[in-house]
Design a protein around this ligand. Structure first.
Ligand SMILES: *[C@@H]1O[C@H](CO)[C@@H](O)[C@H](O)[C@H]1NC(C)=O
Ligand SMILES: *[C@@H]1O[C@H](CO)[C@@H](O)[C@H](O)[C@H]1NC(C)=O
Ligand SMILES: *[C@@H]1O[C@H](CO)[C@@H](O)[C@H](O)[C@H]1NC(C)=O
Ligand SMILES: *[C@@H]1O[C@H](CO)[C@@H](O)[C@H](O)[C@H]1NC(C)=O
Ligand SMILES: CC(=O)N[C@H]1CO[C@H](CO)[C@@H](O)[C@@H]1O
Length: 290
């Protein structure tokens, strides 16, 4: 009898322990709740089927990565799949997120979610190759750690926000090609002293909008190392300031520029294809001016 009671107690203890072990998942409950809101707002799609309530988001959910010590979600990388709907504001409820990718999905529409600006740890944001509309939220300038912003290949309109002249942190590299953006390069970008690249190419293709007088750009941001503005409607001439820039890459082809390419700096080292198909640009590396 005594032996049986002991056996029963041991058995119960084992059951209790295994249940307790089953319950200790690493996933932070607040992170998990935010991910469920995101899944729900996309209509619980097959692409996110591994986001199951009974599974640990840190170990069994695809597209999700957690920090090994804090167990908070640090990366959400959803790409190349069937996903339809808008990014919900719950995306802003993952405070430890460093890398956020929603890229090349079948039908992700609506605006770039301003709540992304709550993600103070974010270093890498990639929402490229979707069907996002609206303008770039000025709130993104509140991200203190952002290194790279990929919003290329969407249907975004409006200018680069003026707030980008005073980013909380360093200035991120901006990949904004293949949208329908307008305006110019905010002059305040010259204030940053970290290296960065800007790709504004082919905003003309989808809407004939990216149009400004290049000669009015008195100071090119000195630490901008790459500037691609091919296929837009930029007019005027290449500013003399380009000679003193740190540009290692430049492409202003397929615009409406005129006049002599200033001599000096790296400007003559670029291939002629960096300058061709303009209205009347001349001088090395193109033909000499008449
Ligand atoms: C894309 O998603 C929107 C809602 O965001 C919906 O109205 C539209 O029908 C969807 N289009 C396709 C082709 O799935
Ligand atoms: C952008 O919008 C235009 C016009 O509404 C539409 O025809 C085109 O398919 C859209 N492109 C993308 C990438 O969503
Ligand atoms: C940025 O530019 C300034 C002025 O040209 C220069 O002193 C500084 O070293 C540059 N910083 C970087 C990170 O390139
Ligand atoms: C500049 O862009 C045009 C158009 O995409 C391309 O044909 C050319 O090769 C590019 N040149 C350089 C130097 O990047
Ligand atoms: C590096 C950095 O910004 N870390 C922050 C990540 O987010 C948490 C929560 O908001 C902050 O406490 C950290 O300082």
């Amino acid at each position: 009898m005594r032996g049986e009671v002991l056996l029963l107690r041991t058995l119960l203890l084992c059951l209790f322990l295994s249940a307790a072990v089953g319950k200790t998942e690493r996933c932070n409950p607040r992170d998990k709740a935010a991910l469920f809101k995101i899944k729900e707002s996309f209509g619980n799609p097959y692409l996110l089927a591994s986001w199951h309530p009974d599974a640990d988001c840190c170990t069994s959910w695809y597209q999700v990565e957690c920090d090994p010590t804090t167990n908070r979600i640090t990366a959400l990388t959803v790409f190349a799949g069937e996903l339809s709907g808008q990014l919900p504001s719950a995306i802003g409820d993952l405070p430890f997120l460093q890398k956020l990718i929603f890229r090349k999905l079948t039908n992700v529409t609506g605006p770039v979610q301003p709540a992304i600006a709550n993600l103070k740890n974010l270093t890498f944001l990639d929402l490229s190759f979707n069907s996002l509309t609206g303008s770039i939220p000025s709130e993104l300038a509140e991200l203190p750690n952002l290194d790279a912003l990929h919003l290329d290949r969407n249907n975004l309109t409006g200018p680069i926000p003026a707030s980008f002249g005073s980013f909380k942190g360093k200035f991120p590299s901006l990949y904004l090609s293949h949208n329908r953006l307008s305006g110019g390069i905010p002059p305040s970008l010259a204030n940053y002293n970290n290296d960065f690249a800007i790709d504004l190419s082919r905003n003309q293709l989808q809407g004939n909008l990216f149009e400004f007088d290049f000669s009015k750009v008195a100071v090119l941001p000195p630490n901008m190392t790459s500037l691609d503005m091919n296929h837009n409607k930029i007019y005027g001439s290449i500013p003399a300031a380009a000679v003193d820039s740190d540009l290692q890459f430049l492409n202003v082809s397929y615009n409406r520029l005129c006049g002599k390419i200033p001599t000096g700096g790296q400007l003559q080292s670029f291939d002629s294809s960096a300058y061709f198909h303009n209205r009347c640009l001349c001088g090395a590396p193109l033909e000499s001016c008449k």
